[in-house]
Design a protein. Sequence first.
Length: 246
Amino acid sequence: MRILQRRLVALAATFALLPLAAQAQQAAASVAAPSSVSAVPGAGRDMERVAQANRVLKEIMMAPDSGIPQSLMQDAHAIAVIPGVIKAGFILGGRFGEGLVAIKTAQGTWSNPAFIRITGASLGFQAGVSSTDVILVFRSERGVDRLVHGEFTLGADLGVAAGPVGRYANASTNGELSAEIYSYSRSRGLFAGVALDGARIGIDDSADQRVYGRDITARRIFEGQINAVPQPVVDFRDRLEEYTQK
């Protein structure tokens, strides 16, 4: 019983420190946010999240032969980019990251992105701290619906599989074919499919309202009901358009 209590305390401490580690990582690479947004407390860090997501998309485009198959990106219903996901722990571990997700509209164009968070716990031998970029490719409308309505757990609420890598790669197993989301990680310049079962994805309403304005919801963002969109956010949407055009 005491061992279990100590492990639960360690897990709680890990989750408490993960957001701080993510903030420290973003601060180390911070860039100036547009003045209209940076005046809102906390929005500067949100805009840094946008800048890092733009960086990840740009680097995907620069290495199509060793990255995510373009056909999957073109047929995606939504794409999430979560830069610098922190994973840390010892025996009991945790994962925390913040990023962006955009959906394909009925007109076939990409929406403005909403802000999201990923969290999760894991059990087993693990030690230390790592940081990886995570990309999620949504392959069904059901995945988009779950996203709009709040939170969901990968592998439980929606099927997830490590995605194929390479310009012309295709899904090859029944598990991959039935997956509603393909997941990828990018570390040290290399892309690979990654299993994220148990990770929880949710809309970051606070960040959405800091960047887009009060009372803004993910649904309003995806439906284009935004009057003022910061240029770095427009750049993210434009990069998706460029990379997924057929």
